[in-house]
Ligand binder design. Structure first.
Ligand code: DAH
Length: 358
């Protein structure tokens, strides 16, 4: 017959005395394993008469439970011990000065995006987002670009193979679909910007297959072209940190705005650099206009009550102008020397992003 008292005392003191996880595992096998003491005790129950078997069975089960828990607690203890030792060993002093040769840089696109969000944020625009893989409705149809419309050709679209329903998804060709998604789900007044990646099958000195845009959308009851102009002029002054940015509003066409315009910034190209102001060149930075009544109606907004303006800004374009980067393709070549030259130190904050720029 098993002597429970001494078996229990022996087992618990062994668990307490064990020195590491390996020892604990050996002990677990020796007590609870197939040939362990407790398991042997269980097997021996069969030889007892029913009454004794019941009593001993219950006691053995209780002991098994107690031993299992004691082993689990001890396991946690050793694991904590190991983790604490590791944390102590891997500690490093974050206040040590950095090594200049190892310093990382912030990519000019990330930097420019942060500045844009900061400026439009200060003007009361909230950030909205949409997917890079879009459907035809959001990228085209709802924006008043029906199938066969010639404007589709301007977009050099990347198409996905047709799905089970024969529908072809696209890589969004602009951030304008986020206008649609926002208007479908938000009641006016609306004031959002939508930053993100956009894609077109196009690659030369002034085009890359992936680039970035920031879309702006404002919908209210008495919005007019003057609001649009004022907003964009204020933005350009804050972003380029110049009170007299040379700016040109040129009539244009987009199916989703009426009237439509494009905005160019006066700039100078000299000695492989491009700079705002000074020269006789103009660089187009954005398209804009008053949201077409059909687009409002497509999103369930009554064009007799609401009007709005929208714009789509090329992020690479404004980054090139502000930071004098002459070639668009270099942005995505992942050349470390280029990053060292044009990139930003993590703690450098440009004036336009320090607040108070507006
Ligand atoms: N989506 C246009 C493009 O990528 C740019 C644009 C033009 C956006 C006018 C707008 C707009 O919101 O109103 O070429």
């Amino acid at each position: 017959m098993t002597d429970f008292k001494s078996l229990r005392a022996e087992l618990l003191s062994e668990i307490e005395a064990v020195k590491d996880l390996d020892g604990l595992e050996r002990l677990r096998v020796a007590s609870l394993g197939k040939k362990g003491k407790i398991t042997e005790g269980m097997k021996a129950l069969g030889k007892l008469d029913p009454e004794e078997r019941r009593a001993q069975g219950a006691a053995l089960n209780a002991l098994k439970e107690e031993a299992t828990q004691a082993i689990a607690a001890r396991t946690r203890f050793f694991k904590d011990l190991a983790l604490n030792a590791r944390l102590l060993e891997e500690r490093f002093d974050m206040t040590l000065p950095s090594r200049p040769e190892r310093e990382g840089r912030i990519h000019p696109i990330s930097q420019t995006m942060d500045e844009l969000l900061q400026i439009f944020g200060a003007m009361g625009f909230a950030v909205a987002e949409g997917p890079d893989v879009e459907d035809d409705f959001h990228n085209f149809a709802a924006l008043n670009i029906p199938p066969e419309h010639p404007a589709r050709q301007m977009h050099d679209t990347f198409y996905f193979p047709p799905d089970a329903k024969g529908e072809r998804k696209v890589l969004r060709t602009h951030t304008s679909p986020v206008q649609i998604r926002t208007m479908q789900t938000t009641k006016p007044p609306i004031r959002i910007i939508a930053p993100g990646r956009t894609y077109r099958r196009d690659s030369d000195i002034t085009h890359t297959p992936m680039f970035h845009q920031i879309e702006g959308l404002l919908i209210d009851r008495k919005t007019h072209m003057g609001h649009l102009k004022g907003c964009l002029i204020d933005f350009c002054r804050a972003f380029f940190e110049l009170d007299d940015v040379p700016l040109r509003f040129r009539p244009s066409f987009f199916p989703f705005t009426e009237p439509s315009a494009e905005v160019d910034i006066g700039c100078e190209r000299r000695k492989g650099e491009i700079r705002v102001g000074g020269g006789a060149d103009w660089l187009e930075i954005l398209g804009c206009g008053m949201v077409h009544p059909k687009v409002l109606a497509n999103c369930g907004i009554d064009p007799d009550i609401y009007q709005g303006f929208a714009f789509g800004l090329g992020v690479e374009r404004v980054a090139m102008l502000k930071y004098g980067i002459p070639d668009l393709r270099t942005f995505f070549e992942a050349d470390l020397r280029w990053m060292h030259h044009y990139g930003f130190l993590p703690l450098d904050v440009p004036r336009s992003a320090q607040g108070g720029a507006l």
